[in-house]
Every structure is written in C-alpha cells, then in structure tokens.
Design a protein around this ligand. Structure first.
Ligand code: FES
Length: 318
C-alpha cells in the first residue's frame, strides 16, 4: 500500500521565522517555509551529529541551519549547502544529506509523505475553514479514532450538542471512506426510548481508513449544514495523538441553539479525555469500522490494539 499523506501542521504554524518540530509516529520531522514561502520538511536529525534541526534557524535564503555546528541544508533536496569556515576548494561529503520528505499544502493544512519517491498525489482540499486548532491527546491514534466512532462526545466538543448512542444505520463504506451517521440532541441529553426521542440534529462523519482523517458535518432536521469540520489525528511520539482541525459554521444557522454555535469556542477537539468514561466505553461502531478497514486495506490490516495501531504504516514508511 502506498505511504499515506499525514496532515502534520496547520498552515499558520509553519513559518520562515522558526522551524517547527512535529512527529509522524516515531519519526521526528522539522517543517519551515523557504524564501519562496514553500513549506519544506526534513527528518529532524542533522546528518552530522544527529542534533535536532528544529533547534536551528531558517536563514534568509531559506536554507535550514543546524544549531549545533551551523551546517545548512536545502529544504527541497535535503542537500548540504554550506559548512561554516570550509574552504572553497573543499567538497562536501555526499553522505551528509538530510532526508527530505514530500510536502503538500491545501485547505490550511501542511501534509507530508514519508516516502517521497513513491508518494501518490496529495489529496486536495478546496476550502480553508477559518476556525482551527491543535489538540494533544494522551491516546494512541488508533484509540482516538475508535473513540470517535464509539462516543464522539469523549473526543469532540460542539457547543450545546449531545451525541446519542444511536446511529441512523450501521456504519458503512462509501467511496473508500467509513461513513457514520449519529443522532444528536441539543442541550442536556435525555435517554428516552428510541421511539419517543427527538433527534433534531445528525452528525455525519466520513473517515479515511488508513489515516483516520475525518470530515464531520452537523446537520439539522431540514438537512441544513450547521457546521463542517476537517479533523486530522496524527500519531506522535510516546503514545500521544496530535489532532489538528479546521471548521466552519453553516450559512443558514437558524434557531436559538444553532445561533449559539456562532459564539466563540463552538467547536473543539478535547485535549483531555474522560478516562473513567473511556474505560467502560463499549466497542460498538469501532468494531464494525475495523471489519471494514480490514476489507478496504487488505495489505495492512488495522488492529484495535493501540500498540499496533494504523501508526504501523508510518514505521514501515520511515
Ligand atoms: S550536528 Fe548539525 S552541524 Fe553538527
């Protein structure tokens, strides 16, 4: 299976003022913008003595300079461009070349692919949603995505919205994505019988089976879109998942509850997951999701075991 693209930063986080350290699984990556404003990504280890390049600086010409002995690297190729105090007639040892990763940018996200030579075309997002944030969550990436399927309320916070345990239909595969439609309520959750409950809103999620990247759409009972969010959970070091998101509110928000969404903080990915609730959460939609993933991705079956999460594809690519 081709190495996937990972959304490793929001566009505003990547600048030419300071390198940014991110992770893709256990692989440290440094991001910055070169003199043309193009986002670049190298392995975050200097080929000289393995110092993190993210501790260095971006030079005026766009090269990344290591903070230890001052060697400078080109972002596109990873080539060593300059060693301080080296005489003109001396040549750079070719072994000192940083690993360069493929980089793409769209929709307000910077994505990297760890296998530059065989990276497929990067998915393109046409629109950049204005609301955005990054949450660091103490869950493996696989567990985070499973929790999104089983109880979105443990990982997402949408102002005034309560997620019920009820799905409109069984989680399904559609165009290679895992699609879930969940009934929701405004305000305090009542747990009535299924027959008498009112469910004025629905959360529809479309999730990539390989990366867990998800588009979430909240709709009212007239099928008006209240909110759309792009959510990108990426495995980081030490079992942490970095979840980057962007969202926008619908154009036709109507009613008291919907208007409340306009207030600041209408959407967020939770930094802290309720561990007590998570411990007793029964596997439901995530079980079906795993069956579908194994059918869609036969070469790299995805396990629910957090130690063998979708992150395994990262290690392979690294
Ligand atoms: S470790 Fe980077 S220049 Fe020496």
């Amino acid at each position: 299976m081709a190495s996937p693209w990972w959304k490793v930063a929001r566009s505003e986080e990547v600048t030419s003022a300071k390198p940014l350290a991110v992770d893709v699984g256990d692989q440290p990556v440094v991001l910055w913008r070169d003199a043309q404003g193009i986002a670049r990504a190298l392995e975050d280890r200097c080929p000289h003595r393995r110092a993190p390049l993210s501790r260095g600086c971006v030079r005026d010409n766009g090269w990344l300079q290591c903070g230890y002995h001052g060697w400078s690297y080109d972002g596109e190729s990873g080539r060593l461009k300059e060693i301080p105090n080296m005489k003109d007639e001396q040549r750079f040892p070719p072994v000192y070349k940083a690993i360069a990763y493929a980089v793409a940018e769209s929709g307000g996200f910077v994505s990297v692919n760890l296998d530059k030579a065989s990276a497929p075309p990067a998915p393109v997002l046409d629109e950049t949603f204005p609301l955005n944030g990054t949450a660091h969550v103490s869950l493996s990436q696989g567990e985070w995505v499973d929790t999104l399927f089983d109880d979105p309320g443990l990982v997402l916070d949408i102002r005034g919205v309560q997620f019920t345990p009820y799905l409109m239909s069984e989680l399904r595969e559609e165009n290679g994505l895992l699609v879930m439609e969940r009934f929701c309520q405004w305000g305090k959750l009542h747990l009535p019988s299924y027959a008498t409950a009112e469910f004025p809103i629905t959360l529809i999620t479309r999730t990539r089976p390989d990366t867990g990247e998800t588009q979430a759409v909240l709709r009212d009972d007239s099928f008006r879109t209240l909110l759309t969010a792009q959510i990108a959970p990426v495995a980081a070091a030490r079992g942490v998942t970095q979840v980057r998101w962007r969202a926008r509110l619908g154009e036709e928000l109507k009613g008291r509850h919907a208007l409340a969404l306009r207030l600041k903080g209408s959407f967020a990915v939770r930094e802290n997951v309720d561990a007590a609730a998570l411990r007793v959460l029964i596997r439901s939609a995530s079980h079906r999701a795993q069956q579908l993933r194994e059918a869609i991705l036969p070469a790299t079956p995805v396990s629910s075991d957090p130690s063998v999460s979708p992150d395994s594809s990262v290690s392979a690519a690294a």
